[in-house]
Design a protein around this ligand. Sequence first.
Ligand SMILES: C[S@@+](CC[C@H](N)C(=O)[O-])C[C@H]1O[C@@H](n2cnc3c(N)ncnc32)[C@H](O)[C@@H]1O
Length: 436
Amino acid sequence: MTENLRAIATRVLLDIQENQRSLTAVLPYYQEQVKPEDRALLQELSFGTCRWFQRLDFIQASLLHRPLRKRDNAARILINLGLYQLLFTRIPAHAAIHSTVDAAPDLGMKHLKGLINGLLRQAQRDQEGLQSDTSAPVEVQFSHPDWIVHKLKANWPDHYQEILQANNERPPLTLRINTGLTCRETFLEQLQAQGIDAVATQFSPTGVTLTTPCDVKMLPGFQEGWFTVQDEAAQLCTTLLDLKPGQRVLDACAAPGGKTCAIRLTEPNLAQLVAVEKDPQRAERINENLERLNIHADVIAADAMDTATWWDGQAFDRILLDAPCSATGVIRRHPDIKLLRREQDIAELAKLQLHLLEAVWPTLKANGILVYATCSVFPQENTRIIERFQAKMNDVDVIPLEPEQYPWGINTTVGKQLLPQSNSHDGFFYACLRKH
Ligand SMILES: C[S@@+](CC[C@H](N)C(=O)[O-])C[C@H]1O[C@@H](n2cnc3c(N)ncnc32)[C@H](O)[C@@H]1O
């Protein structure tokens, strides 16, 4: 007999918390254990409970007479799953409570059935009060770890609430049109003919955002490679690279290859496109994505920092350094970041980002352009990296990104910051550097 779905969802969250693994990494394994018709619900329960975890924890604590013991973490998660269903979904209350209580024996906590049942029934009775309570601190209301809220408030005093709000929304599905095969207007017409609502993106000339996300395999032209899934902010990278035929281009941190593909599709006549990725399994994903689109890049599984192992000594005209980062601009797509990321990670990531920049810079030609990108909203990983790099080097010019030419994002001292927007682009940072 298959295990109760709420028990499996509890295991997903336990795996994330206890093994520090991402939701994207763990979910496919658990999806294999449920019936195909239950997979969407498992995804919804796992994503939703991560998204609202801090708020659910707060509500749970307010309903418990005595705090749970540390070793009852599975019960804490299961109760949060139950509260999520009651307070944030349309699952009928009786079904939410019944199925959640029923999961307890599967998780070895039959003895807690009464407690879970009582607590969820109490939440059901006070559903309205719990949902509308605005007396809780901002980190609870917006369900983020304290340190993220404090850092956002310090970094973006005029914008932090809208960032927190956007982080809790369901992300839009945005596609990048492969303009070598079709054009955006034709594609939009085809979507409309099939009754699928979509709009052209505001800033990216190649983007289309679907009003309601769906399985992209069902969309016209999926097999033919008419589009790839790519957020609008990520699409903007090719508008900054100033790609021309005959150039040699390096994508230094490339997997899963969204931007590698975008670079090749934007300028099919490059002399060479090299995609370097440290993680060999993720490097394979670049090859799969290139194959689906029937395009080519030289994919190398190597540490970009260790140039001696992968660079042939011929300098690049263009480099994209889409650096590993805190991903705090894409929390709405990866709500597990709220459970996994620690404050001290940011300084570690900043060190890595600066080292990567220093390592790949010598592979850039004189007069060449390097685009530095992250999907972080913290200046520590963005403007500060560029400022620190500039202070160390004597051959770096920061190219100004004038609002007239690039009418998006917030201009910072050395680049542009996009903050996550409701129904629009993710949070992203770009800086353009020229070597002289
Ligand atoms: C932000 S993701 C890149 C996303 C990619 N550019 C895209 O658009 O699909 C950063 C990638 O850098 C890789 N990475 C981290 N450290 C690296 C290093 N030292 N050398 C090469 N790749 C690295 C990570 O494994 C991850 O796949």
